[in-house]
Write a protein that binds this ligand. Structure first.
Ligand SMILES: [Zn+2]
Length: 292
C-alpha cells in the first residue's frame, strides 16, 4: 500500500483510501473473514497488522499485539460463519513480531495456541535482508505445531523458496512470477550464473537479440507457451504491447514455479532435496533442470 496518508489503523481495524479513485474502505477482522468467505478462498488468512521493517521494538510489539487481538476476533468470526459454496475453507493465523527474536517466539506460541488450521509467517519480504528473513524462519518454525501446515506470506524468489522449505515451510504466495512476466522477464530453470554479481533467474524477452529466434522461451519446457510459440513471436507481442504477450509469459513463469514445487516435493520424498537445491543454486548450466 503506497502512501501512509492513504491508511489509518486503529484498534478495531483499518480505513484506507483507494489509490485508484479515492474511495474510502473499512476493514475489520470480521469484515475480512466475511469477504474471504464470499470469495470462496481455500486458505483464508486471519486479519493481521503487517509490521513494517523497523528497529523500534515498541512499534513492532504494538503491531504484534494488534495482530494477536485480531487473530482471536478472526477465528471467532470464522467459527460463527460457514462456507457458502459447499466445501471446507481453512483459516490460518499469522505470526508477526518484526525482526525481534523474543517477539517472534512469543507470537509463534500465541498464534499456535489459538487452534487455527495452519500457521502463516507474516511481516517478511518487507525490506529486511535475506539473512534476517531466514533468521525469522529459524526462530518461528521450531515453535509451530508439527502436524499443521506452515505458509510464508509474500515469498518468494527461487533461492528463498529453497531456503525456507529447507527450514520447514510448506506453501507460499507471491506476485513474483506474474509481476516479472508482465515486465517481459522469463524465468529460466537454474537461472544464469555470473562471476561478479548474483545469479539472475530471468532474461528479458524484449531484447533485440530475440527478435528473430525460432526457439521456445525455454528449450525443453513443456508449458503451453513454449510448446506453441517462439521467442520471436513473444518478443513481437511485447514490442507492440499486445496483451497476449503478458499472458504467454505469465503462463510460462507459473508453469516453471509449479513444476519447481512439484520437483521439490518429489525430491523431499526421495531424500534428494539437497541435491536438487544444489543443482538450482550452484550449477552453471541453465538448462534441463525441470522434470517436465
Ligand atoms: Zn515454458
Amino acid at each position: 500500500m503506497g502512501g501512509k496518508n492513504l491508511v489509518r489503523i486503529d484498534h478495531d481495524g483499518v480505513t484506507f483510501r483507494s489509490h485508484w479513485e479515492g474511495s474510502t474502505h473499512r476493514f475489520t477482522p470480521e469484515i475480512s473473514i466475511a469477504t474471504q468467505r464470499a470469495l470462496g478462498a481455500d486458505i483464508m488468512i486471519a486479519f493481521d497488522d503487517c509490521t513494517p521493517l523497523t528497529d523500534d521494538v515498541d512499534l513492532a510489539e504494538e503491531s504484534m499485539r494488534r495482530t494477536h487481538a485480531w487473530s482471536g476476533r478472526s477465528r471467532e468470526a470464522f467459527l460463527r460463519g460457514k462456507s457458502l459454496y459447499g466445501y471446507r475453507q481453512a483459516l490460518y493465523g499469522v505470526v508477526q513480531g518484526g525482526v525481534f527474536q523474543t517477539l517472534r517466539e512469543e507470537s509463534a506460541r500465541t498464534v499456535s495456541a489459538l487452534g487455527f488450521d495452519g500457521i502463516a509467517i507474516g511481516g517478511v519480504s518487507v525490506g529486511e535482508t535475506k539473512r534476517q528473513m531466514y533468521a525469522v524462519a529459524d526462530w518461528v518454525i521450531p515453535l509451530l505445531p508439527e502436524e499443521k501446515p506452515r505458509h510464508m506470506l509474500g515469498v518468494g524468489e527461487i533461492e528463498d523458496i529453497f531456503e525456507i522449505i529447507e527450514r520447514g515451510v510448506d506453501t507460499f504466495d507471491c506476485v513474483m512470477p506474474t509481476r516479472l512476466a508482465r515486465m517481459g522477464h522469463v524465468l529460466l530453470p537454474g537461472g544464469i550464473s555470473h562471476s561478479n554479481r548474483p545469479r539472475s533467474w530471468t532474461y528479458d524477452i524484449q531484447k533485440r537479440e530475440y527478435a528473430e529466434s525460432p526457439d521456445p522461451l525455454v528449450p525443453g519446457c513443456l508449458c503451453a507457451t513454449c510448446r506453441t510459440f517462439s521467442k520471436a513471436y513473444v518478443h513481437h507481442l511485447f514490442r507492440v504491447r499486445e496483451l497476449l504477450g503478458y499472458r504467454l509469459t505469465t503462463i510460462h513463469n507459473l508453469y516453471l514455479i509449479q513444476t519447481l514445487m512439484h520437483d521439490i516435493r518429489h525430491a523431499i520424498s526421495n531424500g534428494q532435496f539437497r541435491d536438487l537445491k544444489a543443482s538450482w543454486l550452484s550449477s552453471k548450466e541453465a538448462r534441463g533442470l525441470l522434470s517436465g
